[in-house]
Design a protein around this ligand. Structure first.
Ligand code: AZA
Length: 303
């Protein structure tokens, strides 16, 4: 007989915008995010026996997302996620876990005539800030924060050689290549006991975000890269080093290839090796290199 092995449900793609107005200065700040909120608990009968008495309608979940954004700060997003998740487990006795995912979109303040504009913003990239919170009755609040889609390129300072060469290999070894990727990086916090623990020292979340973002860019730029694998490991090591409350760092980097174009067939044009200037950026296929770096053996074990 089939059994319901796992179940969660809720509202996805809830778009929320919140403005914060400083009445004294007239300066406004804005946050836009996309929210997913899925609930778990004693909800089996809604699937197996058409019992809707255990269902908090997804429309009510959407309403709650708006109401909690009004009642609580939405910054840092980790705190808002914790408040939202706690609402569900404290309000509905049969809901045991709330899974919250927030994707925060960039609205960067405009500089107009050399001065920060009080209420105008622009989208400076498609990079997003990410927060995932698992708020559960039994094991507190698990938070994962991250950066998604930080697109970077370096025109030199990257090599790739010494890899396996056999009858399947055509890729030449290179000591100088273009390196480009869209960085997805997340860091997993040591578990918090409750919202109060998240709230205490709440500056840690923005600080970690800023530090991680700076490390990703600095390491990408400064490392003479032997491979994507090695450069990403250095990124993770340094994030673990500067954010002690983080147990694990995960990275996922596509290797966006830029192939040389041999143009010698046209009037002997030199465009390979040290003469390469015009390249063909590739859309696919792309390499995809992933890793998770844990602080120590103990944090590997708790996965
Ligand atoms: N890592 C790289 O940095 N570059 C590559 C790889 C790899 O595993 N494979 N092809 N090119």
């Amino acid at each position: 007989m089939p059994v319901l092995a796992s179940a969660r449900y809720g509202k996805d793609n809830v778009r929320v915008y919140k403005v914060q107005k400083d009445e004294k200065t007239g300066v406004q700040s804005v946050t836009e995010m996309t929210v997913c909120c899925l609930l778990e608990g004693e909800i089996e009968t809604s699937y197996t026996a058409a019992d809707n008495s255990v269902v908090v309608a997804t429309d009510s979940i959407k309403n709650t997302i708006y109401i909690k954004a009004k009642e609580h700060p939405v910054n840092p997003p980790e705190l808002y996620a914790a408040h939202l998740g706690r609402h569900f487990i404290s309000t509905y006795s049969h809901i045991t876990t709330a899974h919250i995912k927030l994707v925060v979109h960039r609205w960067t303040r405009m500089t107009v005539d050399g001065a920060p504009h009080p209420h105008s913003f622009y989208r400076d990239s498609e990079e997003k800030r990410l927060v995932e919170a698992t708020v559960s009755r039994s094991s507190g609040i698990a938070l994962r924060s991250g950066i998604v889609g930080l697109s970077v390129l370096k025109s030199t300072g990257s090599a790739f050689h010494g890899f396996v060469r056999d009858e399947y290999t055509t890729l030449p070894e290179v000591w100088d290549r273009i390196l480009s990727t869209d960085i997805d990086c997340s860091w997993t916090w040591k578990t918090f006991g409750g919202v109060e623990a998240v709230e205490k020292g709440v500056e840690r979340f923005d600080q970690a975000y800023e530090k991680a973002r700076a490390i990703l860019m600095r390491t990408f730029a400064n490392d003479y890269s032997a491979s994507v694998q090695n450069t990403m490991y250095k990124m993770a090591e340094e994030i673990l080093d500067v954010v002690p409350e983080v147990d694990r760092v995960s990275l996922s980097l596509p290797n966006k290839h830029y192939w040389e174009i041999d143009l010698s067939w046209h009037k002997g044009l030199k465009n390979t090796g040290k003469d390469a200037e015009v390249f063909a950026p590739q859309t696919n296929p792309n390499g995809l290199i992933k890793c998770e770096v844990a602080r120590d053996e103990r944090t590997v074990a708790i996965r």
